[in-house]
Ligand binder design. Structure first.
Ligand code: PMP
Length: 406
């Protein structure tokens, strides 16, 4: 018998998963905070607003309804699927049938199941980087191979068709597309979405397009849904979305995938064995959210926009930081390569991970290093925090970096 070492106790497949750096930073910051430290956290990937009252009230009522105490169809409550189809037509102009909708435990599960449904072992997925940490892990868990394509600050973190084409091989099965983007906040123009969509169609690729930040765009930037801009992509397109960011509902865990019926059916079969239906009370809350208007997100958007302008201005005032203007989501993604290797309080951070650690240790500000997103040399700063904390936090970083010596 083989000795049970720490390595062999956990399967190779699962042992290969890395811990989410974003959640790790968050956990360290929260631990410091609960120990009474005045930590300012730019780590969160969630709105700092409460879920709107009418949604919470719908959920409270749903708790008392005994129908919700039981199993419901694994793929989602029929009325929610219908409402998601309607909402999709209203918000992005994409007309879909309720049978094309799978309700999932957050957008995260939608991504995981979408890749599980379309990838065979060894299939490659082109993933523009900086990327949200979950994409490569969910591709790998489905047996696929993520192929990152890096776009840096000089192009506003947007990849070109030429770059995508250079990464394409005969094993390429799919493209991951997300706009607005986490972690960079970049938003692709309609022309760019069209060019990329046409490229995918030309090569028979699947597109998984993540639209979770569709309503968080600023300064005249517009969200464009790829299957609307390029209708030919629809037969190989899976749209991922959810209520988390639009309605400040990260904890309720409701997302969805929209795609061709055969793939959605296959993903629903998978879900029926993995998790069954999403909690009914959460689904009823999501139903109230997507059937209601968009005033709550409009309010959040104006607060985010104000903070966005402040953080970008303040970050660009720091020597060695370069922060392109993010036009969507709620993240700023400054390049900090100009600071690495300099001496700060007796330390010489050589990587953005070391710099993030130094910032947390010295001035008690939590930021997520670019390593988490496949691009060392950057920091992700969520501006979903109060205006006062935002100014205080960036000022602390500014003062610390001002001490840097060659
Ligand atoms: N996509 C992107 C780009 C995200 O940033 C997130 C949340 N961090 C999600 C999907 C998933 O959100 P949830 O699972 O909470 O719906």
């Amino acid at each position: 018998m083989r000795a049970m070492t720490a390595e062999t106790r956990v399967s190779d497949r699962v042992a290969a998963i890395s811990e989410s750096v974003t959640l790790k930073v968050d956990a360290k910051a929260k631990a410091l905070k609960s120990a009474g430290r005045p930590v300012i956290v730019f780590g969160a990937g969630e709105p700092d607003f409460p879920t709107p009252d009418y949604i919470v009230e719908a959920a409270a009522k749903a708790c008392a309804d005994t129908r919700n105490h039981r199993y419901t169809p694994a793929g989602g409550l029929p009325e929610l699927k219908a409402a998601i189809a309607e909402k999709t037509l209203r918000d992005s102009g994409y007309e879909v049938d309720a049978a094309q909708v799978l309700v999932t435990n957050g957008g995260k599960q939608a991504i995981y199941e979408a890749f599980a449904a379309i990838l065979n072992p060894g299939d490659e997925v082109v993933v523009p980087a900086p990327y949200w940490t979950t994409y490569p892990e969910s591709i790998r868990l489905a047996g696929g191979v993520p192929v990152p394509v890096v776009a840096d600050e000089t192009t506003g973190y947007r990849v070109s068709v030429e770059q995508l084409e250079a990464a394409r091989t005969e094993r390429t099965k799919a493209l991951l597309f997300v706009s607005p983007n986490n972690p960079t906040g970049s938003v692709y123009t309609r022309e760019e979405v069209e060019r990329i969509g046409r490229w995918a169609v030309e090569h028979g690729l699947w597109v998984l397009t993540d639209e979770i930040y569709e309503h968080l765009v600023y300064e005249g930037a517009e969200f464009h849904s790829m299957p609307v801009v390029v209708p030919e992509v629809r037969e190989r397109c899976i749209v991922v979305n959810g209520v988390a960011k639009t309605y400040a509902m990260t904890g309720w865990r409701v997302g969805w995938a929209i795609g061709p019926k055969d793939v959605i059916k296959a993903a629903a079969n998978y879900q029926s064995h993995a998790t069954s239906n999403v909690a009914n009370v959460s689904q009823v809350a999501a139903l109230a959210a997507v059937s209601g208007d968009l005033s709550a997100v409009a309010e959040m958007r104006s607060a985010f926009d104000r903070r966005r302008r402040t953080i970008v201005r303040m970050l660009n005032e720091i020597d060695g930081f370069v922060c392109p203007n993010p036009e969507g989501a709620f993240y700023a993604y400054p390049a900090v390569k100009g600071v690495l290797g300099k001496e700060i309080r007796g330390k010489r951070p050589q990587s953005s991970a070391e710099l993030a650690e130094l910032i947390l240790d010295e001035v008690e500000v939590a930021v997520v290093p670019g390593e988490a997103f496949g691009t060392p040399g950057y920091l992700r700063m969520s501006y979903a925090l109060s205006d006062e904390d935002l100014v205080d936090g960036v000022s602390r970083i500014h003062k610390l970096i001002a001490e840097a010596k060659d």
